[in-house]
Design a protein around this ligand. Structure first.
Ligand SMILES: Cc1cc2nc3c(=O)[nH]c(=O)nc-3n(C[C@H](O)[C@H](O)[C@H](O)COP(=O)(O)OP(=O)(O)OC[C@H]3O[C@@H](n4cnc5c(N)ncnc54)[C@H](O)[C@@H]3O)c2cc1C
Length: 293
């Protein structure tokens, strides 16, 4: 197999390269998925567009009420960034358990999104934070909700001449969040189930906004909207957890594969939800965190 590689230094240059639709072109960021696919001959591009030198895509910038994250930000950078740790802790927690140190040092948030794995660890936190994606092509840009981005396993609504140029997350006062994955091993494990929960609570623990987002329980990462509606308006305490898990059970449709049965995944999803809700409530009781702003 032979291909040419181009390494654009800017978004504009990358988009110009992508515009040549006569070639079989593949963008590559950290390469952790693409190189495996090339090795296994699942992909046979004529041209690789190496995005990794586009400096403007490597930043995490505060904006009013949130953050803009460049698609080339790596998992290692996400897990260590003080702005992410302060306001988007579920995303830092997810990034910290992706693959291994080598994968976290190379793998990027943009690549995690566009790979469109149902088990992608950073996607449930992005769903929990209502992330918006900016998709650019040489004819302009469009904004899409991360919840609309995935069409199925390995499929997104990104067009062949488009790239993800920005991931925007908004934070709300008194928002707390958490993430956990369960795999067959402690490291280098694809999630059997993963879960991010984000709650906006007042001083009495009344919830004004809830997000519950699962991976590996459907063809794409999903929000459990029934659970969110149930939580909103409630005083969050241990008593509501049982009803919450009953609702979630109706909302997920996991499959059986070589890693786990659908029944086991259902069990894991419920147990994970119980564990994360208990952790959030305990944290809140012990530290009264986040402090009222
Ligand atoms: C051993 C191993 C372990 C792994 N463990 C995990 C894990 O625990 N959790 C997890 O979630 N993932 C895991 N992965 C998957 C992968 O490492 C991550 O999804 C990573 O974030 C992919 O990022 P990348 O930059 O390497 O993507 P690449 O491999 O460079 O690209 C992946 C896809 O995204 C596209 N792409 C990249 N950037 C852009 C962009 N800006 N715009 C449009 N398209 C783009 C590429 O064209 C390609 O289709 C693992 C992979 C390996 C090989």
């Amino acid at each position: 197999m032979s291909f040419r590689t181009f390494s654009p230094r800017s978004e504009t240059e990358a988009l110009e390269l992508l515009n040549d639709q006569s070639e079989n072109i593949l963008p590559i960021a950290g390469g952790t998925n693409v190189l495996v696919d090339l090795n296994q001959r699942k992909l046979a591009p004529r041209v690789l567009v190496n995005l990794s030198r586009i400096e403007e895509w490597k930043q995490i910038e505060p904006i009013e009420g949130g953050l803009e994250i460049g698609p080339l930000v790596t998992h290692s950078e996400l897990e260590a960034n003080p702005l992410i740790i302060k306001s988007f802790v579920a995303l830092a927690m997810a990034a910290s358990v992706v693959g291994s140190p080598q994968i976290r040092n190379r793998g990027t948030l943009g690549g995690n999104l566009q790979s469109a794995s149902p088990a992608a660890d950073c996607v449930p936190p992005l769903l929990a934070f209502d992330a918006m994606l900016t998709l650019v092509s040489s004819s302009g840009k469009r904004e899409v909700r991360v919840s609309d981005f995935f069409l199925g396993v390995g499929k997104t609504l990104l067009r062949p001449n488009e790239l993800i140029s920005r991931i925007t997350v908004k934070n709300y006062p008194n928002q707390i969040s958490i993430f956990k994955k369960v795999g067959l091993r402690k490291a280098l494990a694809i999630s059997l189930v993963n879960l991010a929960v984000s709650l906006e609570l007042d001083e009495n623990n009344q919830c004004s906004k809830a997000r519950v987002a699962f991976g590996s329980v459907a063809p794409t990462p999903i929000r459990a909207k029934g659970a969110e509606t149930f939580l909103e308006g409630q005083i969050i305490n241990y008593d509501i957890i049982k009803d919450l898990t009953r609702i979630v059970e109706q909302e997920i449709s996991p499959i059986t594969d070589i890693r786990a049965t659908a029944t086991y995944r259902r069990y894991l999803a419920k147990e994970l939800l119980i564990e994360l809700m208990i952790n959030l409530i305990k944290n809140r009781e012990e530290h009264k965190w986040p402090k009222p702003s």
